[in-house]
Write a protein that binds this ligand. Structure first.
Ligand code: ADP
Length: 259
């Protein structure tokens, strides 16, 4: 039996696929192209983390570090209202918005300050069980000259190292959102462009579990609006300490991520 806890992603099919959700262990990366559903999963975990352990949560709040866009508070509100009624018992005692601490970060230096100074203070004062960095990619792609790989790798190590340290010290789930770049790879003996998580080996070495999301060309009827369709997406386990490399389908609707 594995020794670490798991945090529900708020979708029972994906939770089963991930054997309970994301591990409270090291850094879980969610990579994928823009619009693939990364932020949706993170927002759902900012809610599920507040549920009691019996509902798949960790009975704690969330820190949500935004580096690119403003925090999508309207979407969070919408998800909260639509969230599965099985959780309603857990919801009644909580004011979900009050337990989500939002940080807006504009450059790598501010991210380091946030992780090294602000977060240790906050995590000591408040019971937080999830830290989301949405996203790690933007800052590290824009803040360096193309030839400055050494400093970039050093900063990635500082950021990744501190996230690991906080995860262990405060028993947190840590999620980092990452972009993908298209890299030529072989599939069925043909060279094809394949999306691969950005930031190279310096970052990949810091990641404990790498999940990758992708939109497919297939559509299915939207369960909330049968005259509309939604695209089928895949969640792939690229690597994980205790999960097979496998993938699973899901959709995103008004009510969130569904299997
Ligand atoms: P990213 O991977 O860039 O973080 P998001 O997690 O923001 O992407 O996912 C965006 C997708 O989620 C949209 O393309 C849309 O399909 C779906 N989505 C977001 N909000 C809603 C909503 N209110 N109703 C239905 N689908 C939504």
């Amino acid at each position: 039996k594995e020794k670490w806890q798991r945090l529900s992603v708020g979708c029972s099919k994906l939770d089963r696929f991930l054997r309970g959700g994301v591990g409270v262990q090291g850094i879980t990366e969610i990579a994928g192209e823009s619009g693939s559903g990364k932020t949706q999963l993170c927002l759902q975990m900012a809610l599920t983390v507040q549920y009691p352990v019996t509902y798949g949560g960790l009975s704690g709040g969330a820190v949500y570090i935004c580096t690119e866009d403003a925090f999508p508070s309207r979407r969070l509100q919408e998800l909260f209202c639509c969230f599965p009624p099985t959780f309603s018992e857990a919801q009644t005692n909580m004011n979900f918005g009050d337990s989500i601490f939002i940080e807006h970060i504009g450059d790598v230096e501010s991210l380091k300050q946030c992780l090294l100074v602000r977060l240790p203070q906050l995590l000591t004062q408040r019971k937080v069980k999830l830290v989301v960095v949405d996203s790690i990619a933007g800052l590290f792609r824009s803040d360096y000259d193309p030839g400055d790989a050494v400093n970039r790798a050093k900063d990635l190590q500082v950021v990744g190292g501190q996230l690991h340290k906080l995860a262990e010290q405060f028993h947190l789930a840590v999620i980092c959102v990452n972009q993908v770049t298209n890299v030529a790879g072989k599939k069925n003996n043909e060279t094809q462009q394949q999306p691969v998580a950005a930031l190279g080996l310096a970052w990949a070495n810091m990641v404990t579990t790498r999940l990758q999301l992708c939109r497919t060309a297939h559509t299915v009827p939207d369960p909330h609006q049968p005259d509309h369709t939604v695209c089928v997406r895949t969640l792939q386990v690229v690597f994980a300490p205790n999960l097979p490399s496998d993938s699973c389908h899901f959709i995103v609707t008004k009510a969130g991520v569904f299997g």
